[in-house]
Design a protein. Structure first.
Length: 107
């Protein structure tokens, strides 16, 4: 699993029938800043993920990949490799809060 930020959405009008009606989001993986260990920063990559939790643009999400992506009830029989399985409320590292959704929403 990894933490990512939803940076956009993807629309595909032509796809296999089992994917019809599935929300596809563009997700950028984030990691802890190696120097300060005080903030999350992008890895510079992007993925397309199936959204199973109602995430929106700008939210940090919990993402799973590979065979684990097909273990949710919503994706069990889908040809998917990356799935959003949670919306992140906060991240704590070394007894420090490096991200809190509530504080971000207020700023």
């Amino acid at each position: 699993m990894f933490v990512g930020k939803v940076t956009g959405s993807l629309v595909s009008t032509q796809k296999v029938d089992s994917m019809t009606g599935r929300k596809l989001l563009v997700v950028e993986p984030y990691r802890l800043d190696a120097e300060t260990r005080a903030v999350l920063k992008t890895t510079g990559r992007t993925f397309v993920a199936v959204d199973t939790v109602g995430a929106g643009e700008g939210e940090y999400v919990l993402v799973t990949q590979g065979s684990s992506a097909r273990l949710t009830p919503e994706t069990r029989n889908l040809p998917v490799d990356t799935v959003i399985i949670g919306i992140v409320d906060s991240v704590h590292v070394d007894q420090r809060c490096v991200y809190r959704k509530q504080e971000r929403a207020e700023n």
